[in-house]
Design a protein around this ligand. Structure first.
Ligand SMILES: Nc1nc2c(ncn2[C@@H]2O[C@H](COP(=O)(O)OP(=O)(O)OP(=O)(O)O)[C@@H](O)[C@H]2O)c(=O)[nH]1
Length: 312
């Protein structure tokens, strides 16, 4: 044995030890036969399938989450055919039936003629990273939801109301369907607070949201807290008569809820005043027209003695 050969044998033993002692799992696939030429023994520790059970690319495909399979296989095959190094994240099936997130980093090896000869790569266990990513995504979604929600009542907040009004206005302009808005305000709420205290006032606001929330039943309807004890109900694709019926239902539901309000000037039970506005969204009038008109009508409902609806 020459010194060079002996050195090569020592080198390959060193490489093998190095490869098989890393957390990343090395592998090699022969491109012509699509069979595993090698896979690190660490694979058994990670996935539970013995080293010798990885025979062909089919074993790799079958041990992949069905939802990831098509995307990952199509992508890897296309990149390999094009001779492009690539990486893919997917869930690998463990022998116990659970899944592990894997990042496969693939190098395409070509022969002297430039033909693809084999694929070599490393599989990395990225479950922890994925879990962190998912946690962050969940937090982000929660934060997003919170930033569109009124903290006290859980109704949509002013920001969400403005955004929904804009999109529903645009949608109404396309569809030619009317958009309605009801402004609702609790009657003599100052006296309620004065009588029962601010915390009881907060509870009352929550209760009103709960009750009014059941009066508009379509998925696109939106109840938002406009500020203080004033709320807005957005009713897409709803004409004036239908909006008036929703307002009447609100009034009836609040009466049915029978929230005691002995300090009210209007009734011993809590009541609402409402202004209803309907528009055919067009380029001429802005969505603020709805807010202003409903608010003006609400003011007239207050002036007219409260506990009433003004719709024109
Ligand atoms: N508890 C509580 N009260 C609030 C909140 N926001 C606004 N208010 C109270 O709502 C009351 C609104 O008073 P006004 O604007 O005079 O209205 P009102 O007493 O309902 O009278 P009318 O609307 O004319 O019937 C004030 O006392 C505010 O302090 C809140 O988040 N919680």
């Amino acid at each position: 044995m020459s010194n060079d050969t002996a050195a090569m044998i020592v080198d390959s033993a060193v490489y093998k030890t190095l490869l098989e002692s890393t957390l990343a799992i090395p592998w090699k696939i022969d491109w012509e036969t699509l069979r595993f030429a090698y896979i690190g023994p660490q694979i058994e520790r990670l996935l539970g399938w013995p080293q010798g059970s990885w025979l062909s690319i089919d074993d790799w495909v079958e041990r992949m989450h069905p939802e990831d399979r098509e995307r990952v296989v199509n992508f890897c095959v296309a990149q390999s055919k094009a001779g492009i190094d690539h990486e893919a994240d997917y869930r690998a099936l463990k022998a116990d039936g659970s899944y592990v997130w894997i990042r496969d980093v693939v190098h395409v090896v070509r022969d002297d003629d430039g033909e693809v000869e084999s694929l070599i790569g490393f599989m990395f266990d990225i479950s922890e990273r994925k879990q962190t990513e998912e946690r962050l995504l969940r937090l982000q979604r929660e934060l997003e939801a919170l930033s569109y929600q009124d903290g006290l009542t859980g109704a949509a907040n002013r920001r969400r109301l403005d955004a929904v009004l804009e999109t529903e206005w645009a949608s109404g302009r396309r569809s030619g369907r009317p958009l309605s808005l009801i402004m609702l305000d609790i009657d003599c709420f100052k006296q309620y607070n004065d009588r029962f205290g601010h915390l009881a006032g907060d509870d009352c606001l929550r209760r009103v949201v709960e009750v009014v929330g059941t009066s508009a039943l379509r998925p696109r309807d939106l109840l938002a807290r406009f500020g203080g004890e004033e709320f807005a109900l957005v009713l897409p694709e709803t004409d004036r008569d239908a909006a008036l019926r929703v307002a009447q239902r609100c009034r009836a539901l609040i009466a049915e809820a029978a929230i005691a309000h002995p300090a009210s000037e209007v009734s011993p039970l809590l009541t609402l005043s409402m202004g209803v506005a309907t528009a055919l969204p067009s380029d001429v009038v802005a969505p603020t027209w709805l807010l202003e008109t409903a608010d003006r009508r609400l003011y007239r409902a207050k002036q007219g003695g409260r506990d009433r609806i003004v719709a024109e």
